[in-house]
Design a binder for this molecule. Structure first.
Ligand SMILES: C[S@@+](CC[C@H](N)C(=O)[O-])C[C@H]1O[C@@H](n2cnc3c(N)ncnc32)[C@H](O)[C@@H]1O
Length: 396
């Protein structure tokens, strides 16, 4: 008999999925050979997630929600998008008009709920732009958003790349930073090693190589920030595309607000001595584990976000750090309780039902504490009510 806990590993994916995974495996092995036997982990992660037609986000299978591998806040409850819409409305009202730009819109549910709520609040953006690296997910988003009333549907536009400059309005990215490919490293007594990907007996495996100067410098900066060297054998991640990605936001925003929501920590907590194996997490059929080589292309691979690095990149690109809070505190400050009361309309049974629905978003042992919200602004004449509860910028 197979216990429930193990059956998720032992049940084979369907034949098509297995075929996709084998093809992707071959593509990864070819890349390893091209790289001389060790592929940088960030290149492996890019292939596993975004390889055209085969990667986790590019192969047309259900990823989100109960029938997929993981669930995100907008899919837990529409109250997440409603609370964000309240903050976006404050910004759009203060600017007189403006647009919304969402990065990584997943299956499009958050865009759907945000637009409906902004409409209800009387602060519809002129455009709702979406930027996503996955052609597949853009098609899914289009299907979801086709269900909007025409006057909202007409505002949605997909962009191949972020607007160059001059954007006015609200930029939102939920769980996008954790999907950016990371490099892995190990602290040695006498230096730093890169933890890349090799092949042994036909299987993908970890391969240690001497770190290049970019990785050595990144680890040196981390150690300078935390005030001590990492212990010998300490393994972790560093995201090379995080600062360039945030810099791009700095370039595009002319006036308005940026909200970045993800699981992560300030740098001192991220590189805490107790987190000596890093923060890499893989999601497969609602199980979280740490083997990135399990069924390539059929599981999500993510890493926690170093919010100190995000804040530094934003400020270096001329943005103002406008707030940093746990998701629970942010949503409470954004008035999720009042939104709930309004929708329950005095019916205590409905109120209890809705409270149950939003619990995972708020409770510290679910998404409330692990997820953080970081806000940046430029030339914004208002402050956000959502950070009135607590603002943890001092922890960065
Ligand atoms: C974990 S999913 C989150 C989806 C959605 N925001 C949600 O909360 O349900 C990550 C999303 O980010 C997209 N993505 C990853 N890297 C991106 C990038 N550099 N620019 C834009 N989108 C990206 C993926 O294709 C996917 O839609």
């Amino acid at each position: 008999m197979v216990c429930g806990w193990c059956s998720w590993i032992l049940t084979e994916p369907d034949k098509t999925a297995v075929e996709y995974s084998h093809q992707l495996n071959d593509r990864i092995k070819a890349a390893i050979a091209m790289a001389g036997g060790a592929l940088d982990f960030s290149d492996f992660m890019s292939l596993a997630l975004y390889s055209p037609g085969l990667g986790y986000y590019s192969a047309g299978q259900t990823r989100f929600g109960h029938g997929g591998d993981f669930i995100t806040a907008p899919l837990v409850s529409s109250f997440f998008a409603k609370a964000l819409a309240g903050q976006a409305a404050v910004v759009l009202a203060s600017l007189g008009s403006g647009d919304v730009l969402e990065f990584g819109a997943g299956n499009g549910q958050m865009a759907y709920d945000l637009l409906c709520e902004l409409d209800r609040l009387g602060h519809c953006p002129e455009h709702y732009y979406v930027v996503d690296v996955s052609a597949d997910l853009k098609a899914t988003q289009a299907k979801t958003l086709a269900g909007l009333p025409a006057h909202l549907r007409n505002r949605v536009e997909w962009l191949d790349r972020p607007p160059g400059a001059g954007f006015r309005g609200v930029v939102i990215a939920n769980e996008v930073l954790d999907a950016l490919p990371v490099r892995r490293f190990e602290r040695e007594v006498s230096g730093v090693s890169a933890l890349g990907v090799g092949e042994e007996d036909g299987r993908l495996c970890w391969r240690k190589t001497p770190a290049d100067q970019v990785l050595i410098d990144a680890v040196a900066e981390i150690e300078a920030d935390i005030g001590e060297p990492l212990a010998e054998g300490y393994q972790s991640e560093w995201c090379p595309s995080l600062a360039p990605w945030v810099n791009e936001l700095g370039r595009l925003l002319d006036q308005g607000l940026i909200l970045l929501i993800d699981y992560g920590y300030p740098r001192r907590e991220f590189y805490h001595p107790q987190r000596g194996m890093g923060t890499l997490v893989c999601h497969y059929r609602h199980h979280a584990h740490d083997d990135p080589f399990f069924w390539p292309g059929l599981q999500d691979i993510t890493a926690f976000v170093d919010f100190t690095a995000v804040a530094r990149a934003g400020v270096n690109s001329g943005l103002e750090l406008a707030g940093f809070a746990t998701q629970g505190n942010f949503l409470a400050g954004a008035g999720i309780g009042q939104i709930l009361e309004r929708e329950a309309a005095g019916d205590p049974n409905r109120a209890a039902e809705l409270a149950q629905q939003v619990k995972p978003l708020l409770f510290p042992d679910e998404m409330g504490e692990r997820f953080k919200v970081m806000a940046f602004s430029r030339s914004l004449p208002v402050t956000l009510p959502a950070f009135s509860f607590v603002d943890h910028c001092d922890r960065l």
